[in-house]
Design a protein around this ligand. Sequence first.
Ligand SMILES: Cc1cc2nc3c(=O)[nH]c(=O)nc-3n(C[C@H](O)[C@H](O)[C@H](O)COP(=O)(O)OP(=O)(O)OC[C@H]3O[C@@H](n4cnc5c(N)ncnc54)[C@H](O)[C@@H]3O)c2cc1C
Length: 225
Amino acid sequence: TMKAILDTGYDYSWFVLTKSIIEKEFALSGSEQNPDITEKSLRTAARSRLAKGMPGPVEAFTKHGVDFVVRDNLADLVAGMNELGRGGHIDLQSLERTISARDSQVDNAYSKDAQLMAVHNARNYLGDKIVRVAKPHRLLDPAHGPLIAVRLNILTRKTLGGLETNLDSQVMRPDGSAFDGLYAAGEVAGFGGGGVHGYNALEGTFLGGCIFSGRAAGRAVARQG
Ligand SMILES: Cc1cc2nc3c(=O)[nH]c(=O)nc-3n(C[C@H](O)[C@H](O)[C@H](O)COP(=O)(O)OP(=O)(O)OC[C@H]3O[C@@H](n4cnc5c(N)ncnc54)[C@H](O)[C@@H]3O)c2cc1C
């Protein structure tokens, strides 16, 4: 995806969705950003996750987010997107064609549209059906509006490391010998993705490796007294 986006010559892309989708599918990464979790109230959590409407923090993004465009129809949406764009021009007819092609597959139970197949597949799991994946609908159906476009900026969220370490988390010199007294753990040593998990590390598997390599370093230092 990253390569396809950057090959366009621009460092951002657009995500087009509806109010029905954002209500169910957008959440803020990090529990501290989600009041329903930080308040530790099952009732609040159930209300905000199961009820209709957007969670408060998500709604605040649609109103105040600098990368959000919310409009009642596609022509206005595209005008808003082009106001925000950093170079590059979204062509209304072209976007309409793309969305209509996708929408035409919504009522087809045997559709081979990869995105819709993934949506149907996700909804086979009851948990995702209830709290995470909106019922397939036409994006241009006003009943599910308004339309929303989100500018997705590319940023670096984590590093695959750089310092080579041995089993004691000791940093290795280029000649393969251990760098006395220097230890590295976590992302910088390739334990937050990369390293143990490979280049396409699965989301959510980073902290474990970071803590594990920190423990190895701590134990090695303790052994030395
Ligand atoms: C938004 C986000 C969500 C994530 N969600 C998950 C998740 O759900 N599950 C998961 O497993 N992983 C997740 N990760 C990845 C995981 O959080 C990180 O890989 C992990 O926290 C890295 O730990 P670390 O100790 O290696 O580095 P860090 O936690 O980055 O610690 C490095 C520390 O060094 C300090 N520092 C930097 N320079 C200096 C200096 N010159 N002097 C002194 N101190 C300095 C920094 O302030 C920082 O405190 C997420 C990462 C991000 C950014």
